[in-house]
Design a protein around this ligand. Sequence first.
Ligand code: BGC
Length: 374
Amino acid sequence: MSTTTLNLHDRSLEVILENQQPGGAYLACPVMPDYQFSWFRDGAYIAYALTLDGAQISAARNGSMAAQWESAYRFFAWGARAIIQREAALERVMAAVSAGQQPDMHDVLNARYLPDGSDGPDDWPEFQLDGPGTWLWSLHEYVRATGFTPLPAEWEHAVRLVSRYLAIMWRTPCYDCWEERGTDIHTSTLAAIWGGLKAAQELVPALDYEAVRDEIKAFVLQNCLTPGGELAKSVGVDMVDANLLTVAVPHGLFEVNDPLMLRTLARIEHDLVAPSGGVHRHAEDVYYGGGAWVLLGLHLGWYYAELGQRAKAREILTWVETQADAAGNLPEQVNTSMFAPDHYDPWVAQRGPIANPLLWTHAEYMILQHKLGE
Ligand code: BGC
């Protein structure tokens, strides 16, 4: 392991642990006002990075709990509390949607939370279903790695509640993981729900979501394809999105080498991979000029690692190591390649510089290191 690699790993861990709130949630980015909140999605990837990292340390210490696992534990406990805190509202919205009514947006799970776990301000696209699905996936990975069973009663309660919520709400249009297109149904969101329901069943064997998972998969095959036969970003949209990588990794709706995934991967490589490094989210992105996302580059590396294409994955890791600033911080995206350069300055003027450090990017860095066995 080179010194740079070692330092960036340690720095990543430090950034994550430093920005965990007393209640257990992780701030998405400590310095960007819009991101001084916690998301289920970001936190789920962060906790997964710590699950992998802690496994190594804990094995070396004969199984005693590593700081990484303690941190992830506190995050899952935070998530369980945040879900249970919304129980009455979630019951209301599930009853409404089951009765064929429109959901009241005050009753859904929020996207971002204040450090104390309460809801963030309402001026944000709040309704997203991928976050809780990803939280369930990450929780299952944690329980598998740590052997932490039986689940604490509060966690089991949260798993039961939020999985039922996902099983009832999955057909309802919501914002995608980029907090865009709030009136569409998104393929990557469906995959996160599918993966979350699978995880819930494994966490609480009395739960049975087989039928709804089959329905979701059939819906994707029926409605979520482009005319060219790739997975589409959203129903009826002839575009790919780099978030489609998550359909296979980590959610496993299709295998990494399923022809459908390989066609989707090829179009992502063609349309979205930036020659200078990083991956754009989608062809219409204008956020900070629609730059190349470091975390998506790393996620592509993770996909390559799962495909056994280690050299390509390694190349991405090496590029990312050159993107850290002098303090060892990794940003959300870089502007060395932009789809909509005219939009860059206005975003900076309005919201400040690109988020840096972004905890999710640091987590994806650690994940890829582990996938490469480094
Ligand atoms: C991204 C979300 C992310 C949030 C915090 C937003 O710009 O679209 O995916 O959860 O930032 O990192």
